[in-house]
Design a protein around this ligand. Structure first.
Ligand SMILES: [Zn+2]
Ligand SMILES: [Zn+2]
Length: 264
């Protein structure tokens, strides 16, 4: 990479230095790096294509006394500021990774450079879309809630747990802060089903004890973030698609659905 002709804008280099907490287990750290190193392949733009140009990752090897206790460095390259902004603020794969990684990181330094640009202002921070609040309810209506979504779009999850629990090819989700979900009625009717997720950490599903609708779930690995099912929200049918996770579990005929059933 880095083979750029002079007519092209320079790559944007996103430099991230982390100090990992010293009390994380090896297994947790290994699982974290496994996901981290997959990001160049798993982070996809709206056309479903990888957009990260390159990533370098490694532990600090400097003997000089200037590391400020930062333990690891990550150098990511992007072709444009809008790709980097998408990565930082909207890419569901990166946002899920980032939320899961948060508890492991004690300190961090982040700077972005445009190779050769030594003067001038920084790009403006991307405008974060306004939060919008949606009412939600279970099938039997005994539990109602409202969820505030910052980027109101469905994130498709093709994982086996979603298929097994939901009975469909994928689930429709949004990752939000726990504080952005308010149970308005029937909280006492919520039951919890817990299982071990792919990370080996617990996933707790909160569902209606009467009708079994899935109100939200909480992954131990994601800290304060929770996942709500966007199709259970009023207006959920009108939302567009923002991305997909566990794409490898996508059933083969999903892409062809329109053609197959409409006979086109
Ligand atoms: Zn219900
Ligand atoms: Zn899933």
């Amino acid at each position: 990479m880095g083979d750029i002709s002079p007519s092209q804008a320079p790559l944007i280099t996103h430099i991230v230095l982390f100090k990992y907490r010293s009390d994380i287990t090896w297994t947790d750290l290994q699982a974290h790096f496994d996901v981290f190193l997959q990001l160049p392949k798993k982070c996809l733009n709206k056309d479903g294509k990888p957009y990260m140009v390159s990533m370098k990752a490694g532990k600090n090897q400097s003997w000089e006394p200037f590391s400020k206790s930062l333990t690891h460095g990550f150098i990511l390259e992007f072709a444009s500021q809008s790709d980097l902004d998408y990565y930082l603020t909207r890419d569901p794969v990166h946002l899920a990774f980032s939320a899961a990684a948060k508890p492991f990181i004690e300190d961090s330094v982040v700077i972005d450079i445009h190779d050769g640009v030594l003067f001038g202002p920084s790009p403006a921070a991307p405008t974060i879309s306004q939060q919008k609040t949606y009412p939600g309810s279970c099938h039997c209506q005994s539990i109602t809630w409202e969820a505030s979504l910052t980027d109101a779009k469905h994130i498709l999850c093709h994982c086996n747990a979603c298929q097994k629990l939901g009975g469909g090819p994928y689930s429709l989700n949004a990752i939000i802060e726990r504080k952005d979900l308010r149970i308005l009625k029937g909280e006492e009717g919520l039951k919890v089903y817990a299982y071990k997720g792919y990370s080996g950490k617990e996933v707790r599903c909160f569902y209606c004890a009467i009708c079994t609708s899935h109100v939200y779930h909480q992954q131990e690995i994601m800290g304060e973030k929770i996942i709500v099912r966007t199709i259970l929200l009023d207006g959920g049918r009108e939302l567009g698609v923002g991305g997909e996770i566990f794409k490898e579990g996508r059933l083969g005929w999903v892409d062809e659905l329109g053609k197959v059933l409409d006979g086109a």
